[in-house]
Design a binder for this molecule. Sequence first.
Ligand code: SF4
Length: 181
Amino acid sequence: MYNDNNAQTIVEYIKNFTRKNSLFMLAYGTGCGAIELPATLTSRYDAERLGVRGAATPRQADLLLITGYLSTKTLKRVIRVYEQMQDPKYVIGFGSCTINGGMYWDSYNTIKLLDKYIPVDVYINGCMPRPESVIAGFKELQRLIAEGKADGATKYKENLDWYRENQKKVLKNWPLVEYNW
Ligand code: SF4
């Protein structure tokens, strides 16, 4: 409910209210955690009642869900997909693998700490997180959006040099696009 003590203007409040209740999600099924998504999205847990539903392409998506471990090979595609999405856009890291590499932490090819490469608004820990945890993650993201605190896309633009430096350390000989935002 908007009131005069709210740090946001009424226009920002209305924008964020509509954004949080209409999340078009692109699920990037990089790891085994993706198997929990059908249950989360279908009738038993029914994430659509929260306003979360699937998107067909990056350009139609607001939310990128990374469902598990990333190798250097899949990180390339995740970065490209993230950059093809339009603002405002949000990222959820799903499963312990996105936080610390999980059970693959000592592999030569595993990406740890996803937020060194793209901004992550919410992490959902667990291996693998159950639908209840995924729903809790969606609700946490909605809270951040409603409060105007889900600003990963802005951070990405403002700190692009830092992200690019980290990306280039692991993605050798891969053409990363240079933007002039
Ligand atoms: S956190 Fe567990 S379930 Fe998720 S991708 Fe990693 S190993 Fe698979």
